[in-house]
Write a protein that binds this ligand. Structure first.
Ligand SMILES: [Zn+2]
Ligand SMILES: [Zn+2]
Length: 222
C-alpha cells in the first residue's frame, strides 16, 4: 500500500515491535472519516517540524524537504495563517493585515499583505530573520514554564498571527514542561494559576490542531 505525503493527512502511522528482532510492523490507522475512493495520506514527519513548507525552511535543513501537498501549496494553510506575520503598515493604520509568502515553495519568495486595501510587500529574508529571532527565544525559554506562557499570550501577538506555528510550538513546550513538573510532586503542591494557565495553553493548541490537523493524532493523545 502506498500513502500520499500530506501535512494534513487522513491517516496516522505507528511502528510496533514484538519480542523477536525481526518482529516489526508498520500500522496505518484512519485519522478521520475517509470516503470510499479517497487517497490515503500520512505525514512522515512532525506536524510543525517538517509539515508545512514554511516550517521546513526554519526547523531542520538536514532533510531539506520541499513538500508540495495541499497544505504546503496554500500560503494560508487552510485559512489558518499558520505562518502569518503581522503587517507593520496595517498596524500603523490600525487595520488588520498579515503577511504570507506569495510562493510558499520558494524560500526567496516575497511576502504580501493579505489585506486587500494594503499593498505592503516584504522580502522573505527580512521575515526569516524576524521569525528566527523569536524562535531563538523559545529555545532560550525551554526550561522556564512561565517565560514560555508569556511567549504564547503576551509578547508576540503584535508580531505573529495568533495561529502562528511558533506560538503552537511554544504551547507544546508549555505542555511538556507542565507534565514534567508533575512527575514526583504531590498534586496539591501545584498552584491554581499554574493549572489554569495550562488549561488555556492546551485549549489554544487544540484550536490550532482543529484547523491544520483535524482527526486523531499523537498531539491529541489518540
Ligand atoms: Zn506538505
Ligand atoms: Zn498590510
Amino acid at each position: 500500500m502506498l500513502l500520499n505525503e500530506e501535512c494534513s493527512p487522513n491517516c496516522k502511522w505507528s511502528i510496533h515491535h514484538g519480542q523477536e528482532v525481526d518482529d516489526c510492523s508498520l500500522r496505518i490507522h484512519a485519522a478521520t472519516d475517509i470516503k470510499p475512493g479517497t487517497y490515503l495520506s500520512a505525514c512522515f514527519s512532525s506536524v510543525w517540524k517538517y509539515g508545512g513548507s514554511f516550517i521546513n525552511r526554519y526547523e531542520d535543513v538536514r532533510f531539506n524537504v520541499t513538500c508540495s501537498c495541499r497544505r504546503c501549496k496554500d500560503p494560508t494553510e487552510f485559512g489558518s495563517f499558520f505562518s502569518g506575520i503581522k503587517c507593520k503598515q496595517c498596524d500603523i493604520s490600525q487595520s488588520d493585515g498579515y503577511l504570507l509568502p506569495i510562493d510558499p515553495s520558494n524560500i526567496l519568495s516575497d511576502w504580501d499583505c493579505q489585506n486587500k486595501a494594503c499593498k505592503a510587500r516584504s522580502k522573505g529574508q527580512v521575515i526569516h530573520e524576524e521569525v528566527n529571532k523569536l524562535h531563538s527565544k523559545i529555545k532560550l525559554y525551554q526550561n522556564d514554564y512561565w517565560q514560555m506562557v508569556g511567549f504564547v499570550f503576551e509578547n508576540n501577538i503584535k508580531v505573529l498571527h495568533p495561529n502562528h506555528f511558533l506560538l503552537f510550538k511554544a504551547c507544546w513546550s508549555c505542555l511538556e514542561l507542565f507534565w514534567g513538573s508533575l512527575k514526583g510532586l504531590p498534586f496539591f503542591s501545584q498552584r491554581y494559576e499554574f493549572f489554569n494557565s495550562c488549561t488555556h495553553v492546551a485549549k489554544k493548541a487544540l484550536d490550532l490542531l482543529d484547523i491544520i490537523l483535524p482527526g486523531a493524532s499523537i498531539q491529541r493523545g489518540n
